[in-house]
Ligand binder design. Sequence first.
Ligand SMILES: [Zn+2]
Length: 323
Amino acid sequence: MVEEVLPGIFRIEVPLRHNPLESVNAYLIKGRKRNLVVDTGLDRDECAKVLQVAFRKLAVNPENTDFFITHLHVDHLELVFKVASPNSRVFFNSADFSIFDDDSWEDELSFASAHGFPPKELQKMFNGFSRTVFNAKDKVKFTFLRDGEVIDMGNRLFQCLETPGHTPGSMCLYEAGERILFSGDHILEKITPGIVLFREKEMNPLQSYLESLDKIAGLRVDLVLPGHRKVFGNLHRRIEELINHHRKRGEEILTVLNEEDADAFQLASRISWDLPLAWHEFPTLQKWFATGETLAHLKYLENRKLVVRYETAGKTKFICANT
Ligand SMILES: [Zn+2]
């Protein structure tokens, strides 16, 4: 599906089969000299086909088209390796790119198992992960952008904004004249963006995320063009909802920890998730995300001195600071 959101700006809905997100948005911005495409899709035939048909229909020549990738997640990034031409600039960020330096999943595995996740189950899932990005990342010449840098499209100026949280290098694009924001997965209307801690070296993603929400709350925005689902207005109400969601989840974690010490995996199994399944029915990927989200909260609560960790038999457990 292709929708003209504003004159010269098109939303291309790229399907994600067997994925609760249903689809990802690629946006085409027609410029005076070059086009810009924001995000792409997965490296799958069904995604490539939709994007290529849309490009043909909208008279997009990849030779004079550049790409802006909001963050490292494969549903936004992977397809760029297929659709970019040798003349395309691919704008990305170095914080996310550096995560591709290590393709072993060792850090994630030892981190999650120290927090109670069954390692064999996780290893099996990692074995099934796509290798496209690791194999192809050097085939495209990335241009790394920093906060405040501008992409000049002739009739529109897009300012790049660093909004870490959903990933360490997540970025938005802002056009102040028309008050529009390409929000990637930083802010979605109906879906709560996952804020996860998967590696020891990531600092405090939830703290970063809340600060990034604050940063966006300071902008004048009439229309949000998100990474998934439809475009929407009323950005400030959505920001409030997201802040409330995280406040409530933090409270729920403290309530559970008040009863009994727990590791992150145990905690994740005891708090409520927006999935119509019992915990033991969660697919491994969902359990891993839930544990990662719980860990992001624990880190945040620990920094605020509301919970304390301790080590026992090689595992990390958490306890309320006031007990
Ligand atoms: Zn994402």
